[in-house]
Design a protein around this ligand. Structure first.
Ligand SMILES: Cc1ncc(COP(=O)(O)O)c(C=O)c1O
Length: 441
């Protein structure tokens, strides 16, 4: 491998502070950051190394179809995670679709609504009903009790999501799956390089799905993978991602085109040597945000478990009072200062058009999902965050939070509670109402 020297993109150092209100962009001053700060700005490893690998690829004229770079990339991922098989794919969404199909999921599958839309789409796209279960507001991950409530005679599986790279409740979900004969799959799109205790994410359920999209802390331009410890499943996944081909002119399985191409594997291999640098930058940024946000009323920074490894790729703020208006006021203040912070997974999959139309009353059983979705802001991080940006961004958050304090206080929790007492106006098909209402007690 070529030696590596990280190239930090240096933006002009911001010198504006937020002390006097006249200094705010909302009052006509120049924005705090001359260039926009994005959430998910790509981390890019050693360009020379990437170009060398791409050059070798062109020399070989082997651009796709399980080339040597993809094979090496798969080896590195499986070694890193201590998992038996890594089947690299063109992106995380197709990897989810292929895993769902290879695992034989049909009918209804239980998923969180508080996730990226691809988790639900990967089911819906294949004629499977995503049944949304509520989350635990303290972790943002699936609540096992809520999962139990959603099981019907048509349920075949559960897809847990390790949101923000924090492990889903894997033991509780496995227990439910075993008890009801359900297949457990994890969407680990956020959780590459994360662990649950001492065990790396990638080793739970029957399989786990990774995303290496450009905006993830580790990217292969576009890319994804299914990782599993099951030999037969891995074989099926390999067939399915390549039209079911088992050698030339011999198709033995239904399939699609889910292959990772060589240039993406070249980027993945390049970024492998950059992982520690990125995680360390993210960890430092997270710590700087933690210190700088400390003491701002009604704003909470989501913490990572010290008992496990994390990639720290998400800096997740919760605006605990004032509801969606206050959250949006803080976001607006950030945007005027060129900090392009984001709402995340708002408003929740069930409130997006395709699922809102299918399940107009789903929110009745998703009070915590709506509560969390209405209060989250994700802040920029990564290797390109300018020096001292976290401290300056925290000042904007403080200013926004204080300016918004006069807004009428919307008690999202109050509306959540009133929603949950309407639990019997159930949204599922009439056929399933009886069993679900019974299990709700
Ligand atoms: C939770 C989650 N699942 C699935 C995906 C889909 O991955 P991809 O963008 O690689 O298709 C993403 C991300 O982008 C995601 O955040």
């Amino acid at each position: 491998m070529a030696s590596f020297s990280p190239k930090r993109i240096m933006l002009p150092a911001p010198d504006k502070t937020m002390a006097p209100s006249a200094d705010r962009a909302t009052n006509g001053a120049a924005p705090m950051f001359p260039e926009p700060l994005h959430v998910g700005r790509p981390n890019i490893g050693d360009r020379e190394q990437f170009l060398r690998l791409a050059g070798e690829m062109f020399d070989r004229r082997w651009l796709s179809n399980n080339g040597p770079l993809v094979q090496e990339f798969e080896r590195r991922v499986s070694d890193y995670l201590g998992v038996k098989h890594c089947v690299a794919m063109c992106n995380g969404t197709i990897a989810l679709e292929i895993a769902i199909r290879a695992l034989g999921m049909t009918g209804e599958v239980i998923v969180p609504s508080y996730t990226f839309i691809a988790t639900a789409h990967a089911l819906h796209w294949q004629g499977i009903t995503p049944v949304f279960a509520d989350i635990d507001p303290s972790t943002h991950n699936l609540d096992p009790h809520a999962v139990r409530q959603m099981i019907t005679s048509r349920t075949t599986g559960i897809i847990g999501v390790h949101l923000w790279g924090r492990p889903a409740p894997v033991e509780a979900l496995q227990e439910i799956a075993d008890e009801h004969g359900l297949t457990l799959l994890f969407d680990a799109a956020h959780a590459f390089c994360c662990s649950h205790g001492r065990r790396m994410i990638g080793n739970f359920g029957r399989a786990e799905v990774l995303s290496f999209h450009a905006t993830k802390f580790f990217n292969s331009l576009e890319g994804g993978a299914v990782v599993t410890n099951e030999d037969e499943l891995a074989e099926t996944l390999r067939l399915m991602r390549n039209f079911g081909f088992a050698g030339l002119d011999n198709v033995i399985h239904p399939g699609t085109n889910g292959k990772m191409v060589e240039v993406c594997a070249a980027m993945g291999l390049t970024n492998f040597d950059f992982i520690d640098t990125v995680v360390e930058a993210n960890r430092r940024n997270h710590e700087a945000y933690r210190l700088a946000l400390n003491g701002i009323a009604d704003v909470r920074l989501l913490q990572y478990e010290p008992s496990g490894r994390n990639n720290f790729q998400y800096v997740v703020l919760e605006v605990t009072e004032g509801g969606v208006q206050r959250r949006d006021a803080i976001l607006a203040a950030l945007h005027t200062e060129n900090v392009l912070a984001r709402k995340y997974f708002w408003p929740g999959c069930h409130r997006m058009k395709p699922y809102r139309e299918l399940f107009p009353n789903a929110g009745v059983l998703l009070p915590q999902t709506q509560f969390v979705a209405d209060r989250v802001i994700v802040l920029p991080t990564g290797t390109t965050l300018p020096a001292h940006a976290a401290e300056k961004i925290a000042q904007v958050v403080r200013g926004g939070a204080e300016a918004a304090i006069e807004l009428p206080s919307i008690s999202a929790r109050a509306s959540a509670v009133s929603a949950s007492v309407c639990i019997r106006s159930w949204w599922a098909r009439p056929r399933d109402r009886a069993s679900r209402s019974a299990s709700l007690g």
